[in-house]
Design a protein around this ligand. Structure first.
Ligand code: SF4
Length: 64
């Protein structure tokens, strides 16, 4: 699994970072960034999917 954030869609609520703090952080503007390069480890995938489904802006994209 890989994950990315659509920068233009992100509004910086940080709900993703609350759901999966190991995966999402924030840049200097407060928008979400992905902290993990490459594949998301198996133990973080459920949290990552939760973050994706909870993002109010649908700014998180998961690819398998
Ligand atoms: S929850 Fe969605 S819109 Fe909010 S910071 Fe995370 S990716 Fe951006």
């Amino acid at each position: 699994m890989r994950v990315s954030v659509i920068d233009d869609a992100c509004h910086g609520h940080q709900m993703c970072a609350i759901a999966a703090p190991e995966v999402f952080g924030s840049d200097e503007m407060g928008n979400a960034i992905v902290l993990i390069d490459g594949d998301i480890p198996a133990e973080l995938q459920a949290k990552t999917r939760r973050a994706e489904s909870n993002c109010p802006e649908r700014a998180i994209v998961i690819t398998d």
